[in-house]
Design a protein around this ligand. Structure first.
Ligand SMILES: NC(=O)c1ccc[n+]([C@@H]2O[C@H](COP(=O)([O-])OP(=O)(O)OC[C@H]3O[C@@H](n4cnc5c(N)ncnc54)[C@H](O)[C@@H]3O)[C@@H](O)[C@H]2O)c1
Length: 479
């Protein structure tokens, strides 16, 4: 019995160039990338007909943008999701709501025969995976999981090196992901800080990384063993500055590097500050608060069906942001090092940079702090904006391949402007135009979403039991 579902959705690809009717589930920060693309980049292919969100203010925020582009999407509460899909004759539902709500939205849409484009992670737990799997099996609709990291030219280049056989059969991978004390800290401010909402960083964040390895190696994960904890943030965290903490980031003193003030930015103010009164969603809670139950430090061992193994580490409190991956094969080794942000400024006026409101294509985390705006964006959407020439570390990517008995070679990586080295634009083209024939299979289907989340869920189980977990023991199979 296979440990993971093997059914595949079929459904029509949007390659016939007809105008399709889209609805967005969750009109928060991430929705901006899709809504802007529909309004401005793919108007002949994508008609935004409805938003579905419990918060009217956030829906209005995007409806104002839509109206400026001549569109008038209808507003629905999540309780009315089925009715919305029917009444608005929705062809595709884009799911950008918090992670724990994905299973409900995805399965409802699939059962209604509506195609789904789901933000990562597909879901947060085994119950959600089973729910989606059952709906997918009963549906002819198509489910796409938007793993934008696959589209980053540097990650695609490593895939190409492995697929070409340059380093032979992969035997092991060492993968370290570093989030800095601006971007990493941001996961500890709002719903992500609760495992029940996000699955923790093993699911919410590492789903990207586990998917990359599954895809790079064309492999299926089988066993997982994890150690980790909340060590830096939280009320007992080692990183907690001395003295009392503000309840909200907006009330921090100007020299507090963990302060977070959204008032100076129209987009963040419109999405969060102006919307607070309606549902009490506070975007800027202190990262050294009580009640945070996710990890900020993870070490993971993964075994794959074909015999390869991976050591993986995630640190959410690093002084620089980026990643290092080394892949050892029978013919040689590939090493990718990416520095997305060489350092974060301490908050002193000389170091601050204005954040760009057009950089709303990824993990938020941007804000201004009082009169001293800081570059709190996920640095992968604005490479090179910070610290490039200061200190020993420089922003950029380097892919080096070395075969046995040969000198090392650097493989050029063609990055362009825009989120993830131009990867987000490629992803959006795949979503709205259809992927065409891609020999690297970058467009991820629901099975890819399941496989990466399954590793994160196994990490969570291993953290509780202290034991290795076989993914087949998670009981994900339908048969
Ligand atoms: N691929 C990436 O790089 C990337 C980057 C950022 C976010 N994301 C994903 O996008 C999703 C949203 O993240 P975000 O940062 O925009 O969060 P957010 O909090 O800014 O927005 C979430 C929105 O969902 C709404 N919502 C809450 N419950 C809902 C429900 N039951 N039904 C419908 N809407 C509901 C909220 O009111 C809010 O408007 C998450 O799944 C996250 O993992 C992916």
């Amino acid at each position: 019995m296979s440990s993971l579902p093997s059914a595949s959705t079929t459904g029509r690809h949007p390659t016939d160039r007809t105008l399709r009717r889209y609805a967005v589930h969750g009109t928060g920060h991430r929705a901006a990338m899709y809504i802007n693309a529909m309004l401005h980049d793919f108007p002949g292919l994508a008609e935004p007909v409805a938003w579905c969100d419990p918060n009217e203010t956030r829906m209005h925020h995007y409806s104002a943008l839509a109206r400026a582009a001549g569109r008038t999407p209808a507003h629905y509460h999540p309780d009315q999701l089925e009715a919305m899909l029917r009444r608005e004759r929705v062809d595709v539902l884009i799911v950008c709501s918090p992670d724990h709500t994905h299973a409900e939205a995805v399965s409802t849409a699939l059962r209604a025969g509506v195609d789904v484009v789901c933000e990562k992670p597909l879901t947060t737990d085994v119950a959600g995976l089973r729910r989606i799997d059952e709906a997918a099996a009963a549906s002819g609709a198509r489910l796409t999981v938007t793993f934008n990291y696959r589209y980053s030219p540097r990650n695609t280049a490593l895939k190409q090196v492995i697929a070409d056989g340059t380093i032979g059969t992969v035997l092991s991978v060492h993968f370290e992901w570093l989030l800095d004390t601006v971007h990493g800290a941001d996961y500890f401010r709002r719903w992500h800080r609760q495992k029940a909402s996000s699955g923790g960083l093993a699911v919410h964040k590492a789903t990207h990384h586990f998917d990359l390895v599954n895809w790079w190696l064309d492999e299926v994960p089988e066993t997982v063993h994890a150690l980790g904890g909340l060590r830096f943030y939280g009320d007992h965290g080692a990183g907690r500055p001395a003295g009392p903490r503000p309840v909200l980031g907006r009330d921090a003193t100007p020299d507090d590097p963990y302060g977070f003030d959204m008032s100076g930015d129209d987009h963040l103010r419109g999405l969060y500050l102006d919307a607070e009164a309606e549902d009490g969603y506070l975007r800027d809670r202190d990262v050294f608060d009580q009640g945070i139950d996710i990890e900020d430090t993870l070490s993971v061992l993964v075994g794959y069906r074909g015999g390869a193994s991976m050591t993986y580490a995630l640190t959410a409190h690093s002084p620089w942001e980026g990643y290092r991956v080394s892949v050892n094969g029978t013919r040689g080794r590939a090493e990718l090092e990416v520095v997305e942000r060489a350092h974060v400024a301490s908050g002193a006026a000389s170091d601050v940079l204005a954040w760009r409101t057009d950089d709303v294509t990824d993990d938020v985390t941007d804000a201004s702090r009082g009169r001293s705006p800081r570059p709190a964006v996920d640095p992968s959407v604005a490479p090179g904006t910070d610290g490039a020439a200061r200190g020993a570390r420089v922003n950029g990517s380097r892919l080096i391949v070395q075969q046995h008995w040969n000198v090392a070679q650097e493989i050029p990586v063609a990055e362009t402007d825009g989120g993830h080295g131009g990867g987000d634009a490629l992803l959006l083209t795949d979503v709205f135009r259809g992927p065409g024939t891609d020999p690297l299979h970058r467009q991820a289907a629901y099975r890819d979403g399941l496989r990466s989340v399954a590793v994160g869920i196994a990490v969570n189980r291993s953290l509780v039991t202290g034991q290795p977990v076989r993914i087949s023991d998670l009981g994900l199979s339908r048969d």
